[in-house]
Write a protein that binds this ligand. Structure first.
Ligand SMILES: O=C(O)C(=O)C[C@]1(C(=O)O)C=C[C@@H](O)C=C1
Length: 110
């Protein structure tokens, strides 16, 4: 059964804890529960994505260090173009921006 009753909070003006409905912006308990559950899954995914980005940064640092130690340069533009193309092909124009941000994070000091 779908609940259509608006979820209200008497604490909204007092600064006390928000209700689930207030947190989610949903107008029914059912929608609020769905959003709450989906947000938990997004939070778990974001934790994994952040971990993967950190793992990428560490591997990238190893590559850069090896290249620099061998007398080369930190940056390898042709490889960066390859990566930008891969993200663009998979995700479109915002994919390019995402790849640029990733590369910026990874081009730290090796
Ligand atoms: O693949 C490399 O050669 C790297 O150094 C790694 C990496 C990357 O993070 O993907 C970082 C810097 C380079 O300019 C190109 C790519």
């Amino acid at each position: 059964m779908t609940s259509t009753a608006p979820v209200q909070s008497s604490t909204a003006k007092t600064g006390a804890a928000k209700t689930t409905a207030e947190k989610t912006g949903a107008h029914t308990d059912e929608a609020a529960a769905l959003i709450d559950n989906a947000r938990s899954r997004i939070d778990a995914l974001d934790d994994r994505i952040i971990g993967l980005v950190q793992e990428r940064m560490a591997i990238s640092a190893v590559i850069q260090e090896a290249r620099i130690t061998s007398g080369g340069r930190r940056i390898n533009l042709s490889r960066e173009m390859e990566i930008l193309g891969q993200y663009r092909d998979a995700l479109g124009k915002p994919g390019t921006s995402l790849a640029m941000t990733l590369l910026e994070l990874c081009r730290g000091r090796a």
